[in-house]
Design a protein around this ligand. Sequence first.
Ligand code: IMP
Length: 202
Amino acid sequence: MRIVFATGNEHKMKEIRAILGDLDIEVISMKEAGADVDVEENGETFEENALIKARAVSKLLPDDIVLADDSGLVIDALNGEPGVHSARFMGHDTSYDIKNKAILDKLSGVEEEKRSARFVCAIAMVLTTKCGRTEERVTKGAFEGCIGYEIKGENGFGYDPIFYVPDVEKYSAELSFEEKNERSHRGEALRKMKEILREEIL
Ligand code: IMP
């Protein structure tokens, strides 16, 4: 058995390999497994979308443990947006420089206490047992911070350059790979999934 992660995002694969690397099992992306599906993520929650993706890929790879994630940025002052629409916000092809500037504009004049935000991640696992039963699990993680006042940092991806992390007084895009993995939403959800895999599956 292998763990196949349903993403084409290399940044995510690097984070995933770093966290799941010490499990005694091969971890590969769906592309490396030869499966490529474009699933419509039409769920209303991160959990639903992660399950939709994992179920679709599991149908193609019934012999593997399939993991999928769905994540996004939840901004309280924007009633939770972009939320599950984070990747689609302003269009898939719009650069994050433009998206990040637009969010800073939307929040101009919003006072500091009301700029709270969090990255949220749900990880779903789907596998088919030898007797054809489907096992499913979902874990969740959150990374608390706030929307800053500028675009800062070169690391990470997406909304990292506008996400300020108060306890380290840095933008998320200024964190090293290890610093981000230690506290990130995906790190938390993946560590919880790793425990489930260790205790119940492997
Ligand atoms: P997904 O790939 O469908 O889960 O979409 C997640 C989207 O949320 C990404 O395209 C990013 O815009 C945003 N996002 C999720 N996690 C992060 C992160 O760790 N840093 C910055 N942006 C993120």
